[in-house]
Design a protein around this ligand. Sequence first.
Ligand code: FAD
Length: 237
Amino acid sequence: MSLDQETFKLLKDSVQRFVRERLMPAEDYVEEHDEVPADIVSDMKELGLFGLSIPEEFGGIGLTMAQECEVAYELGHTALAFRSVVGTNIGIGSQGILIDGTAEQKAEYLPRIASGDLVVSFALTEPDAGSDAASIKTKGVKDGSDYLLSGTKRFITNAPRAGAFTLMARTEGAGAGGITAFIVPAGLPGLSLGKPDRKMGQRGTKTCDVNLDNVRVPAANIIGGEPGKGFKTAMKV
Ligand SMILES: Cc1cc2nc3c(=O)[nH]c(=O)nc-3n(C[C@H](O)[C@H](O)[C@H](O)COP(=O)(O)OP(=O)(O)OC[C@H]3O[C@@H](n4cnc5c(N)ncnc54)[C@H](O)[C@@H]3O)c2cc1C
């Protein structure tokens, strides 16, 4: 279900006003401090920006892709950092769960992602695997009803803010069919973050490495419940 045109226009007007009255005046702060102020993040939650693409049944606004693009266009009038705060929840972090997750995974994660209480990142890229994403080396070794994940993910947007990762690891051998997508909570033992990446621009956006050293993740956290489907999930988001 998408928003009807009248309600969507009200939302778009609110976003335009928010950009003009709240975000633009904070651009200098973001540039100087390399951070989006917490009170603005809290206002973004209230406006529903974290859940733009999540269906209403899971607490989001349920915009169509065309409507989402219109809102992104409005947010594009100000510093990129603001949209980046919500970007992974709207897009790459949440969509794997939304498209391929089990009913239980959707019920457990999507409402918190939509409200912004849980920031979710997408972890595919590695030091030796970028464009050729099917060549990732992060491995997942089955151990009882868990998997032990080890490897390094690189350039992961919002990793320093994330409470969970949609993370791809190799569990089934070589090639794209050997990759499994997991939901990995950020606080698990063995998971650590690298130093924040220093970029030439994009002040206030956050990327860094995510290091995994035998991180124990239950098989129940495989997106969709079935190993070997993770590359397809990653390509759909
Ligand atoms: C700001 C930022 C945020 C990011 N956020 C995330 C994130 O949240 N999650 C995540 O998983 N990743 C993220 N990434 C990583 C991003 O997905 C990779 O940078 C991208 O996939 C390219 O990989 P690479 O940097 O290893 O470059 P490479 O793959 O090494 O490519 C380098 C250059 O070679 C070219 N090239 C590569 N292969 C070929 C080919 N076969 N033929 C011709 N040309 C080729 C590319 O076009 C590029 O110009 C982010 C990157 C940046 C910069």
